[in-house]
Design a protein around this ligand. Structure first.
Ligand code: C5P
Length: 399
């Protein structure tokens, strides 16, 4: 099961802010991770301490406060799966409709690349004002989800539309819009990771420098997005992400056997593993003794797991390959795309400093069937995993 969404919750300065702790509690109870951003005026209505206690994370209030990140205005919206602004005052609605970014919350909206739900709350006359209505229309046209305010008695004593939707309704709307469901819910992903290890004799092995970090990040992110995940892994130092079906293997043959056995039950195969291309034909039964000045090992080619599964996949199955290269990345990646018969290929240059094997960071090219090549910047492997899964969702499971 997925572990829930990352919800960025912006609170602006309206009396309805007093209801927001209940919204935070509802989301946290449903296993979502909530990061709260308060405007300066919102702090007059609800305290950061309350929201911090309920969400379990520091509440962000200013562009210049540092909470483990020097750029929360970019990083928080970047890692959010969705954003909610509740209550949204006439002021914040006006600012985000017009691209004004003069505080943390409005700045975050400009950096957001995820769905946004705006829950307006204000005095009836303000709500009906043509300026506010025009701003709401701009947001609507931009694809922002709006939860119309309720009609009734307002805190100011007037009657009419303007009262913030109840917390239960906000939660219901988020659910109905599918915003709290992982995009991979109901999908089955098979991920391979790590190196393979081929015996030379009972003591020595042939292996490679793969740490498994990229594949484990893909498996963890897929779980978070609601997928059922099996991870077939060569030996690594990493704990399997909680919730995966884990299969430990050593050699390329073992990996092939496991992949072939399970692949028919899965929608997507992501071959992140660095599979050894060769193995020693006949590993020595006993430890080989030194004595000769030189030694020749006779190597034979391993099966190409990806290529063989690509040749047999059903039309509804989707295959993702990886390519770790040293230089001329784009040309080599294009050639590999064709040779392997995959639907998506992720390529990286392992000679780049601070990226690739063993590192927590990576920079990749993502090639698809249309010939498009997406280039990511240098990003944490968890973010690279998110990009890859985003592409899989778009291409393998279009709406
Ligand atoms: O040919 P190359 O090893 O560069 O291809 C890399 C891609 O092919 C990766 O996705 C890797 O997991 C997969 N592969 C495989 N079987 C092999 C070698 C690589 O499935 N024997």
């Amino acid at each position: 099961m997925g572990k829930g969404m990352r919800v960025l919750l912006g609170v602006s300065g309206g009396i309805a802010a007093y209801k927001i702790p209940y919204l935070v509690r509802g989301l946290v109870k449903a296993h979502h991770e909530v990061r709260v951003v308060l405007t300066r005026h919102a702090r007059e209505f609800v305290t950061p301490l309350t929201l911090e206690t309920l969400s379990g994370f520091p509440v962000l209030t200013s562009l210049f406060e540092i909470h483990g990140s020097s750029m929360p205005h970019i990083e928080e919206p970047f890692r959010a799966d969705l954003m909610v602004i509740a209550p949204a005052t006439a002021n914040i609605i006006g600012k985000i409709a017009n691209g004004i970014a003069d505080d943390l919350l409005s700045t975050m909206v400009l950096a957001l690349d995820a769905p946004l739900l705006v829950v307006p709350a204000m005095n009836t006359r303000m709500y009906r004002h043509p300026a506010v209505q025009a701003n709401l229309e701009i947001l609507r046209k931009r694809g922002v989800h709006l939860l119309e305010p309720g009609t009734g008695e307002l805190a100011c004593g007037e009657e009419g539309p303007g009262r913030m939707a109840e917390v239960e309704e906000i939660l219901r709307v988020l659910e109905n819009l599918g915003l709290l469901k992982g995009p991979l819910r109901g999908k089955k992903l098979l991920v391979t990771a790590g190196p393979t290890v081929e015996p030379v004799d009972p003591v020595r092995v042939l292996t490679n420098r793969s740490s498994g970090k990229m594949g484990y990040a893909v498996a963890a992110e897929a779980l978070r997005q609601g997928a059922e995940v099996m991870l077939i892994s060569g030996p690594t130092c990493l704990p399997p992400p909680e919730g995966v079906d884990f299969v430990a293997v050593e050699t390329a043959w073992e990996m092939q056997e496991a992949a072939e056995k399970h692949f028919p039950r899965y929608d997507v195969l992501i071959m992140t593993a660095a599979v050894g291309d060769y193995r020693v034909e006949t590993p020595a039964k006993e430890k080989m003794k030194k004595g000769e000045a030189s030694l020749t090992l006779h190597l034979v080619e391993n099966p190409d797991i990806l290529k063989s599964l690509a040749g047999r996949k059903r039309p509804d199955q989707f295959l993702v390959g990886f390519a770790a290269e040293t230089g001329s990345l784009r040309e080599k990646a294009c050639r590999k795309f064709t040779a392997k018969g995959v639907d998506l290929l992720v390529a990286n240059d392992v000679t780049e400093e601070g990226a690739g094997f063993g590192s927590d960071m990576n920079r990749v090219l993502i090639l698809d069937r249309t010939g498009k090549v997406e280039e990511t910047g240098l990003l944490p492997k968890s973010e690279i995993a998110r990009r890859i899964l985003g592409r899989i969702v778009d291409e393998a499971f279009p709406p």
